[in-house]
Design a protein around this ligand. Structure first.
Ligand code: AMP
Ligand code: GLY
Length: 434
């Protein structure tokens, strides 16, 4: 099989790394890819992940059999619709199904239809009506832009005043442009967050694991939001019983509701969950793997990812054996360029990558790198590396990731040293010897 992966971050490096090990993978391309991906795939640096025409041309030029789409933007823009119209199989939802991530109001409608637990909410396109609702319901509440806002369109409002200001920012000042012309106002839920993943082929959903990530830039989960500074899997709060509930109460009913609407969901369904004593509640859906969650999910996969992806694209997930997972914990520590998520420098040199990758249990995924003419690896983005380690405990996995980071030479980079703190505290309480 000839496979093309779309994207150029750590998630796509993990996808390529796993696909490349399949005996059925005859050739692997990545558009645009990065310096780490170039070690396992042929990169197409001139083909951007959002350049739909160029991706279609590349598929024809290389006789691609299967396209795996990493990020949401090309999905929402209709890449999979165009590929399928051209007779090319793809893993990812149609534009109509990608609205589960692209529109929070749409997602809320589908969840209501499917009877999936989610925060009580109301949708508004008129700021005056939204404000009247806030005055009526009171605070705290969460105000969300309907559309894609680079993870910044969710405003947690402790007071009525903050909620009214949030409505002004989104709807009147249009801080996120058209994404905020429609908003959702919902209950502020309490509990522990986790991310759950399922591969879906339109009718069947297959469990791909749960992870927890750290979105804030600072230790102790403080400071501005980022794309994710680290993650670990499994999520201790998602035991087998909870995974079963997530599949039967959330994933499967959502897949059925999407099929009933005539927009079957095919690809990766990523549920952002709040979990409390009563069970799991959906905060949001994404229509792709998380980054860096993908790195830790795939690090634990025992088996052939390509078989699963091919079955996803062709509606045959019910026929393939369920994936098996290593009993170990995987943890990823993201190394970012100093200044991220604000302004940062590009082009600084990174040394010690080979030594880091040689630490027991460690794989270094590249998120934003390029190789210069002399062969030096240079930082080429905000999030630059995902140092991923397997271990017998969360603590051991993190110690291995840190050991790898300590042999890297990259003075212009930084990372959080407390990834997994919640899980490690839990481990220490229950298994003090670990
Ligand atoms: P979202 O983009 O919808 O996942 O929201 C980003 C973050 O905002 C989530 O990871 C949660 O931490 C938080 N959040 C979103 N909705 C709620 C809610 N209803 N209650 C509490 N926290 C929320
Ligand atoms: N790490 C969060 C996301 O990929 O959306």
């Amino acid at each position: 099989m000839k496979v093309l992966v779309v994207g150029g971050g750590g998630r796509e490096h993990a996808l390529c790394w796993a696909i490349a090990t399949s005996p059925r993978c005859k050739a692997l391309w990545c558009a645009p890819g990065n310096a780490g991906i170039a070690e396992v795939a042929t990169c197409l640096p001139g083909v951007g992940a959002e350049d739909l025409d160029a991706i279609l041309d590349a598929c024809r030029a290389h006789a691609i059999d299967l396209v795996v789409v990493g990020p949401e933007a090309p999905l929402v823009a209709g890449l999979v619709d165009r590929l399928e119209a051209a007779g090319i199989a793809a893993v990812g939802p149609s534009a109509a199904a990608a609205r589960l991530e692209g529109s929070k109001a749409f997602m809320k409608d589908v969840l209501a239809e499917a009877g999936v637990p989610t925060a009580r909410s109301a949708t508004f396109t008129d700021p005056a009506a939204a404000k009247a609702h806030v005055k009526d319901r009171g605070a705290p509440c969460v105000v969300k832009a309907d559309g894609l806002a680079a993870g910044k369109g969710v405003l947690l409002c402790e007071t009525e005043g903050k909620a009214l200001a949030a409505i002004d920012a989104l709807m009147t000042d249009r801080a996120f442009g058209a994404a905020g012309d429609c908003i959702v106002i919902e209950d502020w839920l309490q509990g522990e967050e986790a991310s759950a993943f399922a591969l879906c082929d339109g009718t069947t959903a297959v469990w791909m694991g749960a992870a927890q990530d750290h979105k804030r830039v600072g230790e102790g989960d403080t400071g501005p939001n980022t794309g994710g500074m680290g993650a670990y899997a499994p999520a201790p709060i998602v035991d087998d019983a909870m995974a079963g509930r997530i599949m039967t109460e959330i994933m499967q009913p959502t897949v059925e509701a999407m099929a009933a609407r005539g927009t079957p969901f095919k690809g990766v369904l990523f549920a952002g969950l709040m979990i409390d004593d009563t069970g799991p509640t959906v905060l949001e859906f994404n229509v792709r793997f998380g980054d860096p969650e993908c790195q830790v999910l795939l690090a634990r996969l025992d088996g052939d990812l390509l078989d699963l992806l091919e079955a996803t694209a062709h509606g045959r997930l019910a026929d393939v054996p369920a994936p098996r997972w290593q009993p170990r914990t995987a943890l990823v520590v993201v190394m970012a360029a100093r200044g991220y998520p604000g302004t940062y420098e590009k082009g600084t040199a990174i040394g010690g990558l080979e030594a880091a990758g040689a630490v027991e249990g460690v794989t270094v995924f590249h998120a934003g790198t390029r190789r210069d003419a002399g062969g030096t690896i240079l930082a080429n983005g905000g999030r630059v590396l995902g140092v991923t380690a397997l271990g017998g405990s969360v603590k051991q996995a993190r110690a291995r990731a840190h050991a790898a980071i300590d042999v890297l030479y990259w003075p212009e980079g930084y990372c959080r040293r407390d990834i997994g703190w919640r899980a490690i505290a839990r481990e220490t309480a229950t298994r003090p010897e670990s």
